[in-house]
Design a binder for this molecule. Structure first.
Ligand code: ADP
Ligand code: MG
Length: 629
């Protein structure tokens, strides 16, 4: 095989000659047309460019035998019709300048030529001003003369037997179902970008998609993604002189395991861009679990000169003049919304009474499991942390602080199950309160020494005490760190922690950040470091355990972590260790303090790891559950 190739290179079999059109088209098709879905994409884009408001897409056998796209757009004049299939024939640009101010989806004038080079293709078209329609057929780049025919206004392009004359390509096609899946994805992209266009898609005579023209993007997104996204999307909007960001992102609870529900459009064209998707993910930091993927459909508008679409044959990747502009804008657009909102998820109750209760049960069980898993991790060894010992796990027994609840002065009785806990340092701090605060609810209860149930005006909240406290400490630390170095408390005796050889180098890199956090650590000898001080706020930390874990984390990321990410890591770890645990009984005063802080801190709906701290059940939900409505 190798020998053959070398022989071909060293001994060309023919003199240099210009390739004929049919062959050029086939080669070009290799770039533009990878699979049936690429044809669908080109035909749909042409229809959009022609101003269609209604599109109908008919597919047979995964697009291998038939792709037909019918639009109600402008149509093509009989004179232009033969040119439509010609290479570099386009009505969309005519000068180099145009190339840098593209407003249309297509402009290269090679799609139809390429497609016609590898299939039996035909166009039927009529403009509104023409009495009759015209039809033209092409077979492997050979055009038949156009003939008059009756046709509605608009254009139908039909592509049969794709790749029939390029067996090497045909071999690489996947199953009909897979190819159709790719087609569906292309149709979805157009559907999301152009909600006002009605879309119909059928496969082997089965209607797969039927989207009526929608009044706005949100309606279309819900129709395309599924009803479960109804009322779950947050509109975002950001404008500056260089960029406009619009779109919808899902509430944190809608986050998925995959990036399937992430779409990005630049001036109406679907694109992929790692950096912008990273901004989307970054905006959800601490609101969803690290492995989860947010839902988001983002529309960017930028001046055509600010980016170049001519870097990718299928135009799905672009090059930005300022690569950070879009990143910053998307992050800002989403963050602004999140800061304004209460992101506490509602308990999802199903319509049916009994099964609904099960849902609540399952959810509670899941929450318990998450907490259990969490505490099974090494850092959860609460015995090593200087924090009031928890009473033995109370699950199964009556809620330990039941007697003191609902909290009213007269019912606030001590019971033997009720062990008062000294107020954790962060809770006890006097935090200046700005503005008027809502009066605190006075009906609340701690269950299983782990959950707080709180009455609200229109329902109840169920709070995971550990997760909430974690978030509170995290936000406090973050705010304090941003103001300057944390107040440190020198340890009576330095604590010497042995570390692996490779960790020392990384350690040097993070030392300045640690000092900022009030953690003063020096290299002690070639195999250990000495902790000299800890922040007053985190006096309860076990220094050995904390430093070890931190260094392990750093080694895991082999130091490739940004300062900002490192800061979050450290705060995460610190908050988790310093927070009250599931199993810690709380006094009513402590509960009050927690609830008060809940109102004040940002992102109190989720713990720093992204798990919810709070779920909400409205009276409506309950009434529905008990079939009162
Ligand atoms: P491009 O879209 O890059 O211009 P194409 O090969 O896709 O090149 O199409 C060639 C030309 O055919 C377009 O410029 C347009 O004038 C015309 N055309 C193609 N499809 C349609 C359509 N559905 N409706 C109206 N005109 C069309
Ligand atoms: Mg085109």
């Amino acid at each position: 095989m190798n020998g053959q190739v070398i022989e071909n290179f060293s001994a060309p079999t023919a003199p240099i000659h210009v390739l004929d059109d049919a062959l050029v088209n086939k080669i070009a098709a290799g770039e533009v047309v990878e699979r049936p879905a690429s044809v669908v994409k080109e035909l749909l884009e042409n229809a959009v460019d022609a101003g269609a408001t209604r599109l109908s897409i008919t597919i047979e056998n995964g697009g291998k035998t038939l792709i037909r796209v019918t639009d109600d757009g402008s149509g093509i004049s009989p004179e232009d019709l033969p040119l439509a299939f010609a290479r570099h024939a386009t009505s969309k640009i005519s000068s180099v300048e145009d190339l840098f101010s593209i407003q249309t989806m297509g402009f290269r004038g090679e799609a139809l030529a390429s497609i016609a080079g590898i299939s039996h293709a035909s166009i039927i078209t009529r403009r509104s001003q023409d009495q009759q329609g015209w039809r033209i057929n092409a077979h492997e780049s050979v055009l038949e003369p156009a003939v008059p025919t009756s046709a509605p206004v608009g254009t139908t392009v039909e592509v049969r037997d794709l790749f029939y004359c390029v067996p090497a390509r045909r071999k690489f096609l996947r199953s009909d179902a897979t190819e159709f899946g790719h087609i569906q994805e292309m149709v979805l992209r157009i559907a999301l970008a152009y909600p006002h266009i009605a879309l119909m898609l059928s496969h082997n005579d089965r209607k797969v998609l039927d989207l009526p023209a929608a009044s706005d993007h949100q309606v279309r997104i819900v129709e395309a993604f599924g009803g479960e996204f109804k009322n779950q999307l947050i509109p975002i909007s950001y404008t500056d002189p260089n960029i406009q960001v619009r779109g919808f992102v899902g509430l944190p609870e809608t986050a998925r395991a995959t990036t399937r529900f992430q779409y990005l459009f630049l001036n109406g064209r679907y694109i992929r861009d790692r950096s912008i998707f990273h901004a989307l993910k970054e905006a959800y930091r601490g609101l969803i679990e690290p492995a989860a993927q947010p839902v988001g459909v983002l529309f960017l508008v930028m001046a055509p000169v600010a980016f170049d679409v001519n870097v990718h044959p299928q135009k799905t990747e672009v090059r930005f003049r300022d690569p950070n502009l879009a990143y910053r804008a998307v992050l800002a657009a989403i963050r602004e919304q999140f800061l304004q909102r209460d992101l506490t998820p509602h308990v999802r109750l199903s319509a049916g009474g009994a099964s609904g209760t099960d849902d609540v049960k399952t959810q509670a069980a899941q929450t318990r499991q998450i907490i259990a898993d969490f505490f099974r991790q090494p850092q959860a060894d609460s015995s090593k942390i200087d924090f009031p010992a928890a009473t033995a796990g109370s699950s199964g027994s009556a809620p330990s602080s039941m007697v003191s609840q609902p909290y009213r002065a007269e019912s606030h009785l001590q019971s033997k199950a009720f062990t008062p806990v000294p107020l954790p340092s962060v809770l006890s701090q006097q935090i200046p309160v700005q503005g008027e605060l809502e009066p605190l609810p006075n009906h609340f209860m701690q269950f299983h020494d782990s959950y707080l149930v709180v009455q609200e005006s229109d329902g109840i909240l169920i709070i995971d005490q550990h997760a909430l406290h974690e978030r509170i400490i995290y936000e406090d630390l973050l705010a304090r760190v941003r103001q300057g170095p944390l107040e440190a408390q020198r340890l009576l005796l330095p604590v010497v922690v042995s570390v692996a050889a490779g960790q020392l180098a990384i350690f040097e890199r993070v030392k300045p950040l640690l000092v900022n956090l009030g953690i003063d650590v020096d290299v002690f000898d070639s195999g250990s470091v000495a902790v000299q001080s800890l922040p007053t706020l985190l006096a309860r930390l076990n220094p050995t355990q904390f430093i070890r874990e931190l260094l392990d984390k750093l080694l895991e990321t082999s130091g490739r972590i940004t300062d900002e990410e490192l800061l979050h890591e450290v705060l995460d770890m610190a908050a988790c260790k310093a927070a009250i645990k599931a199993g810690d009984p709380l006094t009513p005063d402590e509960i009050q303090a927690l609830l008060r802080r809940r109102e004040e801190v940002e992102r109190s709906s989720n713990c720093p790891h992204g798990r919810p701290t709070t779920v909400r059940m409205s009276l409506r939900d309950l009434e529905r559950q008990f079939k009162r409505r």
